[in-house]
Design a protein around this ligand. Structure first.
Ligand code: TYM
Length: 329
């Protein structure tokens, strides 16, 4: 059976980008694959969170994973920092990752622009840690959104390079995955770009109905089309992209038609979009709080996940160490 692995950084609540780009696929995959899903808490340290917020962030994501439908009886659910083998593999992979290739990564360049006073080595080697997460379980498929495509390419490069350098066949090459279609980018509703935590434009699984409506009603629009069948500006296209993700094909067809014949009322479009987002998120939201407060359950889940993940990680690391020539006396 093929192995699947993926993770989400522990910074704040999960937003629609995380859910539709990644988590929804995790939930669908857990019946068919050998699954590992984790909380990338070490990755979140690049922005230096306060220690108290750091742990709360991990707890939030674990509770939201479970509320959204990840089942600890089917998948290993664990916390990245509970698996020390990942950090050891990270050290070893750093030796074969080149500064130039890491500097060329789009996400690194973006961070250099956004947090120029904190360009730490962890940011530069972020994709190496990510490759370690993936390769330590020899994952074949990695369900992620479009923004992670380049990181997956780096994981493949490092897997190939390691195998070649040490003449070993330790790592398979992991592929980004989204059920038979292209990886997706969930847009923000602030005019351009993707929805993201650091973009400040998130609609969260944790948001209540009122805030979802409020956020959607604030979406950037224009004064409306004046020519039939005109090309949509990016801000309107983004609303339609989200509509295609959350609404029925009939709804999308209706609003496309009224856009094309210039009779669209953006207020109606946004109201429909907000209502359809709520249909997906509110049943999840209902469960988050109760799970978040159930310390015994969270501890049990994380412990079982950690045991399963460490078993797999230790088996890989044993082969890695042997390939590199690390031996005890
Ligand atoms: P993170 O926490 O930024 O995002 C987690 C997942 O959500 C997806 N995503 C999106 N998909 C579509 N549209 C969006 N607007 C959007 N925003 C976020 C991301 O593609 C991702 O799948 N580096 C990773 C975490 C990570 C990881 C790994 C993932 C660490 N190690 C190993 C896979 C395998 C990250 O920062 O994701």
């Amino acid at each position: 059976m093929e192995t699947v692995l993926s993770g989400i950084r522990s910074t704040g609540h999960l937003h629609l980008g995380n859910y539709f780009g990644a988590l929804r696929n995790y939930i669908k995959m857990q019946d068919e694959y050998n699954c590992y899903f984790f909380i990338a808490d070490l990755h979140s340290l690049t922005t230096h969170p306060h220690p108290a917020d750091f742990h709360a962030g991990v707890r939030t994501i674990l509770a939201e994973y479970l509320a959204a439908g990840l089942d600890p009886d089917k998948s290993a659910l664990f916390v990245q920092s509970d698996i020390p083998e990942v950090s050891e593999l990270y050290v070893l992979l750093n030796m074969i990752a080149y500064k130039g290739e890491l500097e060329r990564t789009a996400s690194f360049k973006d961070k250099v622009r956004k947090q120029e006073d904190n360009v730490n080595a962890g940011l530069l080697t972020y994709p190496v840690l990510m490759a370690s997460d993936i390769l330590i379980h020899r994952a074949n498929k990695v369900p992620v959104g479009k923004d992670q495509e380049q990181h997956l390419e780096i994981a493949r490069v490092l897997a190939r390079r390691f195998n070649k350098l040490y003449g070993a066949d330790v790592f398979p090459e992991p592929q980004a995955f989204n059920f038979g279609s292209d990886l997706i980018k969930v847009p923000g509703l602030d005019g351009s770009g993707k929805m993201g935590k650091s973009e400040g434009n998130g609609i969260f699984l944790y948001d209540d109905e009122k805030s979802i409506h409020k956020k959607v009603m604030k979406a950037v629009t224009d004064s409306g089309p004046t020519e039939p069948n005109s090309k949509m500006p990016e801000s309107i296209e983004n609303i339609f992209t989200l509509l295609k993700i959350v609404s029925t094909p009939d709804t999308v067809a209706h609003f496309t038609e009224v856009y094309n014949n210039c009779s669209i009322r953006y207020g109606d479009l946004k109201k429909q979009l907000a209502t359809d987002i709520c249909k997906h998120t509110l049943p999840i939201r209902e469960r988050i709080e109760e799970i978040y407060n159930d310390s015994d359950y969270l501890r049990k889940v994380a412990k079982a996940g950690c045991e399963k993940a460490r078993e797999s990680a230790q088996a890989t690391l044993k082969e890695v160490r042997a390939a590199v020539g690390i031996k005890s006396f």
